[in-house]
Design a protein around this ligand. Structure first.
Ligand SMILES: Cc1cc2nc3c(=O)[nH]c(=O)nc-3n(C[C@H](O)[C@H](O)[C@H](O)COP(=O)(O)O)c2cc1C
Length: 382
């Protein structure tokens, strides 16, 4: 019989394993403890609840970490669940340092352990068993005290920190966005949190989440005196944005056409194909995905110049906001857009500057005209 430690070599290497397990998303915690030497703590994501009755947790800590040794010596540990915006703490506690707790607000728990005052949740445990497996020790802990506060957690996925989002909150945001786009609220109107919650028939946190996302979209802005205000939109705003993109893209084409390496041409064609597939006939298959794909195509075009200033200027254009506010209002569009973008892609592919430039100018005119049509249909203001 084989045990995990005597089994033969796996059919994949450590890098592959790290990459694959990185697809399992997790929360992020600080495991903390106190010994006569002082306070100890480390960032840990391999922490989970084990049983409800009795209440138990487990934490998998690398035996070589100083915190693991300290937990073993103290016979107790606390799990501090990190909240959104705590990336700096996760980083601070993931690197060896003599004073990891510098600048951290700490309180003392019932077991005398250091607890992170601003954590989303704090769970104190006494160690009931230590299981050694490979490089780690699994500390089985009996929960002595547990407290949670309101807030969103910090998450970890494929080596990066992120945010958690309830699927139901996303649906509320989508509804709120549709209402703003369909001009259910007048331009420059104040959106009160309670009114929006009532209107959408949801709790305040979900309405607040929607407002935050609408603000990030540029559909709503936070006015220091008036609160959340619906951002007005007109054809001058969209014309300026499309003209600015046009100027950047024409400049990029002048710089690169005839000199684009084959792998970058393939990438541009593939971005074009992804975008084209999301527009069937004269309808968007899924506007949000189309918007992302359209953005990726134009960003890909600009990045052919390998010029960070140009890429950053393109990123500042609020293209997505302008497109959401205009094209996002109706599922109807036109294959003419794809034809113009195909012309750009083919022109770049053949090293034919005049064709590629013509495509950019045509696309820009089409976009400006289409916004005018949509504005006319919706009464001039969105
Ligand atoms: C997001 C994240 C999660 C981590 N999870 C664990 C874990 O579950 N177990 C572990 O042993 N190390 C984990 N680490 C690594 C430790 O935090 C790191 O080795 C730390 O420096 C150990 O500190 P110490 O030796 O001072 O105790 C994680 C690091 C990061 C950034």
């Amino acid at each position: 019989m084989t045990t995990p430690e005597t089994a033969g070599a796996p059919a994949f290497d450590a890098r592959t394993f790290r990459h694959v397990v990185g697809h399992l998303p997790s929360g992020v915690t600080l495991v903390t403890t106190r010994t006569p030497d002082g306070d100890h703590g480390m960032t840990a994501s391999s922490v989970t609840s084990l049983s409800l009755d009795p209440p138990m947790m487990l934490a998998c800590l690398n035996r070589s970490s100083s915190t693991s040794m300290a937990v073993s010596a103290a016979g107790a540990y606390a799990v501090n669940v990190l909240g959104q915006g705590h990336e700096h703490l996760a980083q601070q506690f993931a690197a060896p340092s003599r004073d990891k707790f510098a600048g951290v607000r700490v309180t003392e728990g019932v077991l005398g352990l250091p607890l992170l005052a601003d954590a989303l949740a704090r769970i104190e445990c006494t160690v009931v068993e230590e299981v050694h497996a490979a490089t780690h020790t699994i500390f089985l802990g009996r929960v002595v005290d547990a407290k949670a506060d309101e807030g969103s957690p910090l998450t970890y996925f494929r080596g990066g920190f992120g945010r958690f989002e309830f699927a139901r909150d996303d649906a509320v945001y989508q509804r709120a966005r549709q209402q703003v786009l369909e001009r259910m609220y007048a331009a420059d109107a104040v959106l009160q949190l309670d009114d929006l919650a009532y209107q959408l028939e949801v709790e305040r946190p979900a309405a607040f989440y929607a407002l935050t996302r609408l603000t990030a979209d540029g559909l709503v802005r936070r006015d220091p005196d008036r609160g959340y205000v619906v951002v007005p939109f007109d054809s001058r705003t969209s014309d300026e944005t499309f003209d600015a993109r046009c100027a950047i893209e024409l400049g990029v084409l002048d710089m690169v056409v005839g000199r684009v390496p084959p792998d970058e041409l393939t990438e541009l064609s593939s971005r074009f194909a992804t975008m084209a597939a999301l527009l069937v006939g004269d309808r968007f298959v899924d506007f949000d995905r189309y918007l992302d794909a359209n953005y990726a195509f134009h960003e890909g075009l600009v990045s052919l110049a390998h010029n960070q200033s140009l890429t950053a200027a393109f990123g500042r254009l609020s293209i997505k906001t302008v497109m959401t506010r205009s094209f996002g209002v109706t599922p109807v569009t036109s294959q003419d857009f794809i034809d113009a973008q195909r012309q750009i892609t083919e022109g770049v592919g053949r090293g034919d500057l005049a064709t590629a430039r013509g495509g950019v100018l045509r696309y820009t005119e089409l976009a400006k005209q289409r916004v005018r049509q949509i504005l006319a249909q919706t009464g001039g203001r969105l």
